[in-house]
Design a protein around this ligand. Structure first.
Ligand SMILES: Cc1ncc(COP(=O)(O)O)c(C=O)c1O
Length: 369
């Protein structure tokens, strides 16, 4: 069994990055240098360019120090008014996390919980908004990384807009990897991070939000450091972050965004991820693994598989055998079923997935399955 020359992270993130992206971090740079300020400005513009905004703007892109959860917390803590009420649509762990954040921040919140393996039910949402006029914003996760299911954000966005509410999308694991049409989806605010489909490194998240909404949120934040409005104002004023930025991470994101453009943009990246995922799916099915999510709802980002019913299949052992071959997968995140997850994003190609499939076959042999 040939050993790969690098670790292969078949996970939801952090992910494999390219040498170009890693090399970009080999420079020390001051956060107040003109060069750094220009790079931050470029990144903000590149993020807006990447978002398919059409004519539905104006929007602003606001980077935030920290992992994706920090940006979600900044959005919920800054943009929901004290007399507003957020409705969170849940079909996985990250929907639950948004409710946890709102509850902790004492932001009024309601939620609708659906099965982890089913998309958000549009009729229930429509009915709920009709009967609960006090809702001011609706939030949903685009690709629920819990299972890899993709929620119908265009249909949800249309119901939310027709009801006169604002629409927040957690596109943490999809932005840059799945095309998102802001206009068609009627998105008012989108949250994502540097280290998933953009293939940067962890440590920076960002928000793309309608200018007028952010403008109206002055003084509303429940946190000092996660004040999205103040962060935006500082960046607009002198191009600087309010508090120490992760300079090396910013350099890496700049290189990663250029690499995405060179690859052919979101369409080309989506094609590569789909090829990875299709290769994975057919190989896993051949070995008897069944996927948890119906193919029509499945993203190319991450795939959940049921553990084999064979008593000799022990996930911890399976995982360890793969790790011995420098390949990493994740346990399942759905409590009701025995499953595990394999990611197909990051700097991975079809050949890497084929290597994983060969390694899985060899692990099953060792486990006498
Ligand atoms: C959909 C989604 N939302 C939120 C998060 C949280 O992001 P982070 O772990 O970077 O804080 C993740 C992480 O995987 C995610 O996939």
């Amino acid at each position: 069994m040939p050993q790969p020359t690098r670790k292969l992270l078949f996970t939801p993130g952090p992910l494999n990055t390219s040498e170009t992206v890693r090399k970009a971090m080999l420079t020390d740079i001051g956060s107040r240098e003109i060069e750094f300020i220009q790079i931050v400005r470029n990144i903000r513009n590149k993020l807006l360019k990447l978002a398919d905004l059409k004519t539905c703007g104006p929007y602003v892109a606001v980077p935030m120090q920290g992992s994706g959860t920090f940006a979600i917390e900044a959005v919920i803590g800054t943009l929901i008014q004290n007399d507003g009420k957020l409705l969170v649509l849940i079909n996985g762990a990250y929907g639950h996390r948004m409710v946890d954040i709102a509850t902790r921040l004492k932001v009024p919140v309601d939620y609708l919980v659906f099965a982890d393996t089913e998309p958000i039910c549009l009729n229930i949402l429509e009915d709920y908004l009709c009967k609960n006029q006090e809702i001011t914003q609706v939030a949903v996760v685009h690709c629920e990384t819990t299972t890899g299911i993709v929620n119908p954000i265009a249909e949800i966005g249309s119901i939310v807009a027709n009801a006169g509410k604002q629409f927040i999308v957690d596109a943490m694991s999809s932005f840059g990897g799945i095309a998102i049409d802001f206009e068609a989806c009627q998105i008012d605010c989108l949250i994502s991070s540097a280290n998933k489909c953009l293939e940067g490194v962890p440590g920076l998240s960002f928000v793309i939000v309608k200018n007028y909404w952010l403008k109206s949120a002055s003084g509303q934040a429940r946190s000092l450091s996660l004040d999205l409005h103040a962060q935006w104002q500082a960046l607009e004023k002198n191009g600087q972050f309010r508090f120490t930025p992760p300079t090396h991470v910013v350099l890496a994101l700049d290189a990663a965004l250029d690499a995405l453009e060179r690859e052919g943009g979101v369409i080309a990246r989506n094609y590569r991820y789909k090829e990875n995922q299709q290769t994975l799916l057919s190989g896993m099915h051949r070995m008897g693994f069944e996927s948890v999510i119906t193919p029509s709802l499945q993203s190319p980002i991450i795939t959940a598989f049921y553990c084999l019913k064979n008593s000799k299949f022990k996930f911890a052992q399976f995982c360890e055998l793969l790790a011995n071959r420098s390949m990493y997968i994740y346990p399942g995140k759905i409590s009701s079923v025995n499953s595990f997850r394999i990611g197909t994003i990051g700097d991975l190609r079809k050949q890497d997935v084929e290597d994983l499939l060969m390694a899985i076959e060899s692990c099953l042999n060792i486990m006498e399955i």
